[in-house]
Ligand binder design. Structure first.
Ligand code: PLP
Length: 395
């Protein structure tokens, strides 16, 4: 069968592929520690499970409106109004099957053939593919050494075809969380050059220290008018399998995404909408406990990495660390490093190449402290067995 070019050009998400390989080895009986996963290792809060079960048992599991139930859109609008310092209404919100779905809908609705989209490296795996699928041209912008934004590089990357910037704070894969000043600077650039900011705020509720996260939508009315917020329940409420998220922004973007999705996917899952609504209405106590646990793990993992000599900026948010393994890379780069580590060291990490930065690897700390310590022992033994390449020959 001939498969269309737009599909053959896309590879399977590296993180999902790695997770699958690690699980296959585990199924063979190997004691693999999987630090490649991007999902909280906690169950969804009880109130979510109850609401989902109650809807199923009511027998009333039906299509909803393509943009989601009015009740859920209202709850999301209230949450945004309370947290972004600007009024949101249901007309600003379209519920989607996930944040990934919200992102792809927003990209399809804002990127035209040939438009350039700025991606701040390291950038989450799916952004490049989404932009290309929409006919856009991804333009990678390198970061500072501490993995924060390099504004000179951002300004240099903007050309006549630039239309959109994709911001992700806190970031996957680094955990870097933009400061208020940095968000304000980006918003000013967007206003000056008439650019849209797609702001992926999925890790917003997982910030452990310093100033709270600050959205471009909170900067000013001008900035808000060009900001599209993408968020969902996966990381905030440990609801990855429920698949539910949203797009929020000016009414024209919310209704554009609704129109696209009304043909491509139809109404979001009504059971997951009921679960998400319950979570937003009650602020379940499990969420604060999950956050405290991630915070504690961060304080175990990063010092261990530093002790091994792997330069790793201390992440302020999300549940990832991004460690520099450049001294240990051969010609295969970070992919080869991760392959060997999995096959010989029984530890699954994600190569930085998946995020456009080949010198690093991503470690997820969505696993218990004992496993994190065991993983560090394995990684320490693996790097100790590798001769450090002299700086001049590093890739
Ligand atoms: N955006 C980022 C930065 C992510 O890391 C992820 C999931 O890993 C998503 C979006 C997608 O989340 P969802 O499960 O809601 O599709």
């Amino acid at each position: 069968m001939r498969i269309a070019r737009r599909a053959t050009d896309v590879s399977l998400s590296v993180t999902l592929a790695l997770d699958a390989r690690a699980k296959a080895l585990m199924a063979e009986g190997r004691d693999v520690i999987n630090m490649s996963v991007g999902e909280p290792d906690f169950p969804a809060p009880a109130v979510v499970q109850d609401a989902a079960c109650a809807l199923i048992r009511s027998g009333n599991v039906r299509y909803t409106a393509a943009a989601g139930t009015l009740q859920l859109r209202g709850a999301i609008a209230k949450y945004l109004t309370d947290t972004r310092g600007a009024p949101y209404e249901t007309k600003h919100v379209t519920v989607c099957h996930s944040t990934k779905h919200a992102l792809s809908g927003a990209v399809l609705a804002t990127v035209q053939e040939g438009d350039e989209v700025l991606l701040f490296l390291p950038a989450w795996v799916s952004y490049v593919e989404m932009v290309k699928l929409a006919g856009g041209v991804p333009v990678s912008v390198p970061s500072r050494a501490d993995l924060g934004p390099d504004f000179d590089a951002i300004r240099r990357a903007i050309g006549p075809k630039t239309r959109v910037m994709l911001l992700n704070s806190p970031s996957n894969p680094t955990g870097y969380t933009w400061t208020r000043k940095e968000v304000e600077e980006l918003a000013a650039i967007a206003v000056k050059h008439d650019l849209v900011i797609l702001s992926d705020e999925i890790y917003r509720r997982l910030i452990y220290e310093g100033e709270p996260d600050f959205s471009p939508a909170s900067v000013s009315a001008e900035a808000r008018a060009r900001t599209v917020i993408l968020d969902g329940a996966s990381k905030s409420y440990a609801m990855t399998g429920y698949r539910i998220g949203f797009v929020a922004g000016p009414p024209e973007i919310a209704s554009a995404v609704e129109r696209l999705h009304s043909h491509l996917t139809g109404a979001p899952n009504s059971v997951s909408q009921a679960g998400y609504l319950a979570a937003l209405q009650t602020e379940p106590p499990e969420v604060a406990k999950m956050k405290a646990e991630f915070d504690a793990r961060r304080h175990v993992l990063i010092p261990e990495l530093l002790r091994m000599g792997l330069a790793t900026p201390f992440p302020r948010g999300a549940f990832y660390a991004f460690a520099d393994v450049s001294p240990y890379l051969d010609a295969r780069g970070s992919a080869g490093f991760c392959e060997d580590l999995l096959e010989k060291g029984n530890l699954a990490l994600v190569p930085g190449s998946a995020f456009g930065v080949d010198s690093h690897v991503r470690l997820s700390y969505a696993l218990g402290v004992d496993r994190i310590r065991a993983a560090c022992t394995r990684l320490g033994a693996f790097v100790a067995a590798h001769p450090r390449a002299p700086a001049s020959t590093r890739t």
